[in-house]
Design a protein around this ligand. Structure first.
Ligand code: PEP
Length: 250
């Protein structure tokens, strides 16, 4: 069975004080018996403070990006190994905001994934279609292209180092959640693609998260589907009670 995971992408939100209070509240109110693995992904600059607060907890810390290279003259970049030193366990790569606004092409994302693995970070690899692509019937082509770029380019991917997040771009931050049927259909397609490219055993073990306006009200109806193993949560991860409720949606 794939691990159940709920990951919060805080994006470029929170002050230092907000981030510390959110982490503290999550730590105090999460229970050891939460039905899923919880991960929070604060902005880079708050990772150290958040990691310190969550050190003795069952909540893991992730990053929202990493550099495509290991070290050197790359002003402003943060390497995967630097993140590892801060206690980071996961890194979100291929998020649609980075694909659309920061030139994260499939080739760049592949390099970032290689760096993440070299630093022993678990990858949360995002994929998903725009509304125009969905309406043009290109959903499966888009998912195949985005995922194959990484899955065919690296041969040591397993359920221990790879999580996939299906995030339809039209659902992110819009309040338009994919229906459980739409999400499960895309997840079923991704599951088959993983089996084909990584073998049945690995393909069946990798956690598939849904992302896109997932919240405390709709999470349970999504997570009850066969191939939906949790969520990548944006806006609703900024409220401790909502995030914890999503984490307990099974
Ligand atoms: C995201 O950006 O990964 C996301 C899922 O955002 P939201 O939940 O706010 O739609």
């Amino acid at each position: 069975m794939p691990k159940k995971i709920v990951a919060g992408n805080w994006k470029m939100n929170t002050s230092l004080e907000d981030a510390k209070q959110l982490a503290q509240s999550l730590k105090e109110n999460s229970h050891q018996d939460t039905s899923s693995k919880l991960v929070v992904c604060p902005p880079f600059v708050w990772i150290h403070a958040v990691s310190e607060i969550l050190r003795e907890s069952n909540i893991s810390v992730g990053a929202q990006n990493c550099a495509a290279t290991a070290s050197g003259a790359f002003t402003g970049e943060i390497s995967a190994s630097m993140l590892k030193e801060l206690g980071v366990e996961y890194v979100i790569l291929g998020h649609s905001e980075r694909r659309a606004m920061f030139e994260d092409t499939d080739a760049v994302i592949l390099e970032k994934c290689k760096q993440a693995l070299a630093a022993d970070l678990q990858i949360i690899l995002c994929c998903g279609e725009t509304l125009a692509e969905r309406e043009a019937g290109k959903l499966e082509d888009v998912l195949t292209t985005q995922l194959s770029a990484v899955l065919k380019g690296i041969d040591q991917l397993t359920s221990a180092n790879l999580v996939i997040a299906y995030e339809p771009v039209w659902a992110i931050g819009t309040g338009l959640t994919a229906t459980p049927e739409q999400a499960e259909s895309a997840h079923g397609f991704i599951r088959n693609l993983l089996r084909e490219l990584l073998g049945n055993e690995t393909g069946e073990e990798i956690s598939l998260l849904y992302g896109g306006s997932c919240n405390a009200t709709n999470a349970a109806s999504l997570f009850e589907r066969d191939n939906i193993d949790g969520g990548l949560i944006g806006g609703a991860s900024l409220k401790s009670a909502d995030f914890l409720k999503i984490g307990n949606s099974w």
